[in-house]
Design a protein around this ligand. Structure first.
Ligand code: NDP
Ligand code: OXD
Length: 316
């Protein structure tokens, strides 16, 4: 369960009110909010989401950095990062949320949800052609904790699933592709592209017009679809808009954006074939995730290995 010794946690959060995390983590440890200024030797652990760069470098007794999310790009982009283990979130609750988001968006595009909403607005009784799920291939870029769970759910509905990863790896009933060398073949076999990659030096800007042009669009869905719930920095939004306008892409669902919050002036907000959500696909719920963080700290205090430690050289 938990460690008996109270430790000091620096909590540094940008973008939302961290009070719920403070309340839950305080049950076992002393929590110091970064804004209160705590760059000192008393800090044992840091729990962070988009911390201001440099705030972790003045903590000589820091034992580990715990990410408030599954992604760790918001930590690794700090040039003054101390050499301590970085732990990321792997949690059933977060995975479940992502599975729901991906299944929802794939099914909505598959069942022509955007078209039907438009037809309803015009009071038009019309029925677009509708393939069955097993006539459609979903390609998932990033077949990690989230991608694999999403693949299982989509296969249960009946979709064919392709996966693209960095290293070779097999998943039952999923057609696997890996590396740059197999990217073109993966795209050519994919009707609906789901992006669940981390943002690293190798993946930044990967979703551009050239990549979208490689998707199969002469298909029973009536075009190719993009769903990105990975990171906004993976995509080039000008290219996505061009691809929507020149017929390369039929529709898109975007949960993440190059700049967040998505600026009011972005044409994505009002594009009729784009579905926007505000980085809400799988929000970290403190009720479910704080106990996992406390358990990680307890493990470390007992001298056990931390779990879900980030590979800094791979960047995720
Ligand atoms: P994992 O680390 O478990 O999986 C990452 C996957 O991406 C792996 O399959 C990995 O390949 C693949 N990958 C990484 N780099 C490359 C590359 N250069 N080329 C091809 N494949 C690559 O991560 P999770 O599944 O837990 O999370 C994925 C991402 O989802 C997070 O990093 C985060 O950015 C995003 N996310 C978004 C949320 C939201 O609300 N929108 C919520 C939570 C996470 P390999 O298997 O070979 O290692
Ligand atoms: C995450 C996220 O990385 O919410 O967990 O984006």
């Amino acid at each position: 369960m938990s460690s008996t010794l109270r430790r000091r946690i620096l909590l540094s959060v940008t973008g939302y009110n961290p009070q719920h995390w403070v309340d839950l983590l305080s049950a076992e440890h002393d929590v110091v909010l970064e804004s209160a200024g705590a760059q000192d030797a008393s800090i044992d652990y840091a729990v962070v989401w988009k911390h201001p760069h440099g705030v972790l470098s003045g903590l000589p007794n820091l034992k580990a950095i715990l990410s408030l999310g599954a992604g760790v790009d918001h930590i690794l982009n700090d040039p003054q990062l101390p050499e301590v283990p970085i732990v990321r979130i792997v949690a059933n609750n977060l995975t479940q949320h992502m599975v729901e988001y991906v299944t929802w968006r794939v099914l909505d595009h598959h069942r022509q949800g955007l078209t039907y909403r438009d037809l309803q607005a015009q009071k038009l009784w019309d029925e677009p052609p509708q393939p069955a799920a097993d006539e459609v291939a979903v390609g998932i870029m990033g077949l990690g904790q989230l991608g694999r769970a999403a693949a299982k759910a989509l296969m249960a509905v009946g979709f064919r699933v392709n996966g693209w990863t960095r290293t070779p790896g097999a998943m039952d009933r999923v057609t696997g592709f890996h590396g740059q060398g197999q990217l073109a073949a993966f795209l050519a076999a994919t009707d609906i592209l789901v992006v669940l990659l981390p943002h690293t030096a190798s993946t930044e800007g990967i979703i551009d017009h050239a990549l979208l042009s490689g998707l199969r669009r002469d298909n029973r869905l009536g075009g190719a679809v993009l769903i990105n719930a990975g990171r906004g920095k993976l995509q080039k939004e000008a290219d996505i808009l061009r691809a929507l306008d020149d017929g390369t892409l039929k529709e898109a669902s975007l949960d993440v954006f190059e700049t967040e919050p998505l600026p009011e002036a972005s044409p994505l907000w009002s594009h009729p074939r784009v579905f926007v959500t505000p980085h809400a696909a799988a929000t970290s719920d403190p009720v479910h995730l704080a106990p996992l963080m406390l358990e990680q700290i307890a493990r470390h205090e007992r001298g056990e290995e931390l779990e879900n430690v980030v590979d800094r050289s791979a960047g995720y």
